[in-house]
Design a protein around this ligand. Structure first.
Ligand code: FAD
Length: 287
């Protein structure tokens, strides 16, 4: 319950935050919503000597449209995602799925950027960001770079984010008209992390699948895009046999950790079930 002592910093710009990260090095941590970092500090799993609070940086907040792209500030909290008319119209998967993350109080503090940057395989935004083809804008001492969500998640608590970088924006192409989407999350109770989860985005052309993305939550060291499951469906009819082939491919890709949510066999089977449900739900929403 008692976190270790630390120095507190509250920069007003991303530039100042990046400079502090450079100055303080690995003794410093960015503080966003604090709903993963502070719990870890209270249990003394993390003991940074400096916290750089990025809550007072206006440029990290808000949701806006730039042409066909929705730009979400990294410090946007989950409840803002749920209530955003722009996201409801352009990327409704995020609004729907954010309701499955944590609980109302946590969703008033926890940010989309923090959820992604944390690199926890149990978090929901990593798989979601992969299926919506999101990219992340990261600012470091040499300026900004943009990296795709697909490939960003390297392992448990490991991402492409460098120690001296701040995630500034999450950029998401608006879902094309008629796109089907779903996030199926098996959990023990409301507010718990997934035992297994599956995010799907799919488009149809007649009875054929013309675009599909499948990504899994909490059944591997990091969020996992399953390209073999996508290949089982792409440019093919959406039927039970092809869905089963996608499910089998997803099951083959799983590498879950055994814990109180279940053993490897159970989690893998549940991942398959979530894939099946998510595919069927997403397909039923295609137009
Ligand atoms: C009871 C409870 C239940 C929860 N259930 C779920 C759940 O079901 N699904 C889920 O996805 N999450 C869940 N969470 C986690 C929650 O969504 C966290 O808020 C989230 O994981 C981290 O976001 P944050 O803004 O709180 O980040 P913080 O805790 O402040 O930071 C997390 C990490 O990310 C880094 N970081 C944060 N922002 C940036 C940035 N902009 N640039 C670079 N690095 C950054 C920090 O330095 C830190 O290392 C739960 C949390 C609680 C307490």
């Amino acid at each position: 319950m008692i976190p270790p002592r630390f120095e507190y910093h509250a920069p007003k710009t991303v530039g100042e935050a990046v400079a502090l990260l450079g100055q303080l090095g690995s003794d410093a941590k960015l503080l966003a919503g604090g709903h993963s970092l502070l719990p870890m500090m209270k249990l003394r799993f993390a003991a940074p000597e400096h916290l750089i609070d990025i809550n007072r940086i206006p440029e990290l907040k808000g949701i806006r449209e730039e042409g066909g792209t929705v730009v979400i500030g990294a410090m946007t909290v989950e409840n803002e995602l749920i209530n955003s008319p722009v996201l409801q119209a352009k990327v409704p998967l995020l609004c729907e799925a954010a309701k499955l993350i944590a609980d109302p109080q946590v969703r008033n503090r926890g940010t989309i950027g923090g959820d992604i940057a944390h690199g926890d395989p149990g978090n929901d935004h990593p798989a979601l960001s992969i299926v919506i083809d999101a990219s992340f804008v990261l600012e470091g001492p040499n300026g900004r770079r943009t990296v795709a969500a697909d490939g960003f998640f390297l392992g448990t608590y490991m991402t492409q984010l460098e120690e001296n970088e701040v995630m500034c924006e999450i950029r998401v192409p608006a879902l094309a008209a008629g796109t089907g989407y779903a996030y199926e999350k098996l959990k023990r109770k409301t507010g718990d992390w997934a035992t297994a989860g599956c995010a799907v985005v799919i488009r149809k052309s007649g009875d054929q699948v013309s675009h599909v993305r499948v990504a899994l939550t909490n059944v591997a060291p990091a969020a996992l895009r399953v390209e073999a499951a996508e290949a089982a469906l792409l440019n093919k009819p959406f039927n039970a046999a092809n869905v089963q082939a996608a499910v089998d491919a997803a099951i083959a890709a799983c590498d879950p950790a055994e814990d109180l949510r279940g053993d490897i066999e159970y989690k893998t089977a549940m991942a398959g079930e979530m894939v099946k449900r998510a595919l069927n739900k997403a397909w039923s929403r295609c137009a």
